[in-house]
Design a protein around this ligand. Structure first.
Ligand SMILES: Cc1ncc(COP(=O)(O)O)c(C=O)c1O
Length: 381
């Protein structure tokens, strides 16, 4: 059975006439940069996120870098984030000469553990960056309380969780600024690269706009060092169409997650994703935990799935502090036991709005069949 990890082609085909028309319209007016669709999309996304300001940029990594530049993160500064994330979160800080400092995660949600942050704060700390990993919000209330008490800004890495809610508030509307990615496989993905920043703060909005536009508000009048980072008009036009269907697609992802939950419930070596009660999960990824008690462990299962050509992914096989880029750099960190364990146990399964019950039953029978076999016979690989 040919199951797809994200099925970008199928997702396009569902809405092809609307997408084709949106692209044709941009081709006909030819305002490829700063066309009207960019502002329209920014405004629609601001409504969706319940914030007054959204700025489209070239990708999610740029969004993080621009947020940090606007907040004055620079050489010698530190930012506190999780090491169980995609490299971009810490890389953007390092590019600016700042040092990422890694706090451990809550093993239930894979997100930064608020209780691990305060001990890492020093006079050089310039920001806290929770990542809403796999589509579930980090525990924002204690993070915001701590940030306020210590006078630190919070940058939400919202690349994986657009549309998720924490105590009723959309992610990206809770911290000082939120950063989105529209990488094609994201829940709101465009057909190339794209990203955005969201904020409630008018002054910060002004600053991020300036930074993203070569450091100037007016053409040929540059006030600070900035970058060139824009969401182009064709991507904005595509995103306008896709944003209208985002909630419906999240409901489809949730239904698929519930079906997986039922299929994998109660297995002694498999834990289904925890859903924190005060949050909604938009299932950018559906990540199982494969217990280290399973003979051959997670990697044995992944190797088996690979031989069977069954799609799966390991996010993330190495936590950031173990990657060559940071391992030798003396990055500060707290104890990272849960981070290490998660990188040994997490296994992501195909997840997208078109996933069918039959496909999920097939995946589950392969995975459960393998697990039961190795539990009975031991790891033969
Ligand atoms: C958690 C996280 N942060 C940042 C990014 C960077 O986004 P982009 O690939 O659009 O630069 C991604 C996605 O790739 C991500 O998953």
């Amino acid at each position: 059975m040919n199951v797809k990890m994200a099925d970008l082609r199928g997702q396009y085909e569902e809405i092809a006439p609307e997408i084709d028309e949106a692209i044709r319209s941009v081709l006909s007016h030819a305002a490829f940069i700063r066309g009207r669709e960019v502002e329209e999309f920014e405004s629609a996304l601001a409504d969706y996120l319940n914030v007054p300001h959204v700025l489209g940029v070239a990708n999610g990594t740029d969004a993080l870098q621009i947020a940090m530049m606007a907040l004055g993160v620079g050489p010698g500064d530190e930012i506190i984030t999780s090491a169980f994330t995609f490299i971009a979160t810490a890389e953007a800080a390092a590019l600016l000469g700042a040092t990422p400092v890694f706090a451990d995660i809550d093993p239930r949600t894979f997100n930064i553990d608020p209780a691990c942050i305060e001990a890492l704060i020093t006079p050089r700390t310039r920001a806290i960056i929770p990542v809403h990993l796999f589509g579930q919000p980090a525990d924002m209330a204690p993070i915001m309380e701590l940030a306020q008490r210590r006078g630190l800004p919070v940058i939400e890495d919202n690349a994986q969780a657009i549309g998720a809610k924490y105590q009723g508030a959309p992610t990206g509307s809770i911290g000082h600024v939120g950063c989105l990615s529209f990488f094609p496989t994201k829940n709101l993905g465009c057909y190339g690269d794209g990203g955005a920043l969201s904020t409630r703060d008018a002054a910060l909005n002004k600053k991020v706009r300036m930074v993203s536009n070569h450091g100037g508000e007016r053409k040929y009048y540059n006030e600070i060092v900035g970058v060139n980072s824009r969401l182009d008009t064709i991507q904005a036009a595509i995103l306008q169409v896709k944003l209208r269907r985002l909630d419906e697609n999240h409901a489809r992802r949730r239904r698929a997650a519930e079906r997986y939950d039922a299929l994998f419930a109660d297995h002694p070596c498999i834990a289904i994703p925890h859903r924190a009660p005060d949050r909604t999960h938009v299932y950018h990824q559906y990540a199982l935990r494969i217990s280290e008690d399973l003979p051959g462990k997670r990697d044995g299962l992944a190797a088996y799935l690979k031989t069977r050509r069954i799609p799966h992914a390991i996010y993330y096989p190495a936590p950031l502090h173990r990657l060559p880029v940071f391992a030798g750099s003396g990055c500060r960190r707290g104890p990272l036991d849960e981070t290490e364990k998660a990188s040994r146990e997490a296994l992501s399964l195909p997840m997208h709005p078109l996933l069918t019950e039959r496909e999920q039953e097939f995946l589950a029978s392969e995975i459960l069949g393998y697990c039961d076999r190795v539990l009975r016979d031991g790891d033969t690989g």
